[in-house]
Design a protein around this ligand. Sequence first.
Ligand code: SF4
Length: 288
Amino acid sequence: MRMKTKIQIIKAKELGFCYGVCRAIDMLEQASKEYGSLQTLGPVVHNEQVIKKLDKMGIHVIKNIEDVTEPVVAISSHGISSVENDLLRSKSLKIVDTTCPFVSRAQIAARRLAEAGFFVIIFGEAGHPEVKGIMGYAKNQGLATLDSADIDKLRNLPRRLGILSQTTQIPESFIAFVKNILDSTLQRDFEIRILDTICHDIRRRQLLSLELAAKVDIMLVIGGKSSANTRRLFELCSKNTETHMIETAGEIDPIWLKGKNKIGVTSGTSTADTSIKEVITRLKALCI
Ligand code: SF4
């Protein structure tokens, strides 16, 4: 079905790979040239198209350290726990560590807090590889959650709390989370340290996408279904306008464009330029 609607397509000022993903992919491509094939511990980024492209270059994903069969292994941009890191480095392997520096900063913060005797609270998705890795640096002396009520439910909550965030969370949500904890712990002799570990790149991208969403009739957020930062952009843009999250151009339903004059396009941090171009091309074709 072809719509005869005149549509203005506006791209967010920042989209495509973020600094950490560009850096990780550059490092992997360089390593594949140097060593031939290699394995990555978990997907290096949460984007199927990117993973398939890397796979063709000899960069294959494995789930666990026990699955290592190649002499060269890469750590993903999400990082791994200190225990996994030690285990990996105890083997005779060449390690390509693509952990994003923003993630490393959160890992170091968690380790310092735990070493200083703080119970570490991570505002994030407990099952996400980045969060699991950061919690590992806190020697698992803590809790990862998106719901501050989970803190109240803990029996014998330690009186020294260190709070930090998964790098890709929404700053306002982190602030609300911290405020709730402060409300329930103030006047109870707690000592609380708060570290803002949200990544600068994601902060800017969220802001620019939100601004664009306020100006258009519909937003498309391009990114992998398993990409946490893409889901967050979708949540944010949905507050301002009708928003759809898509992984490929083929997922655009022409009916979405009916009666729309301005369409905004943004993407998660692990979305390749080729995917963005395909979406723009399909949108233009639908608007003829
Ligand atoms: S979103 Fe931020 S923390 Fe995550 S890889 Fe990109 S730059 Fe690093």
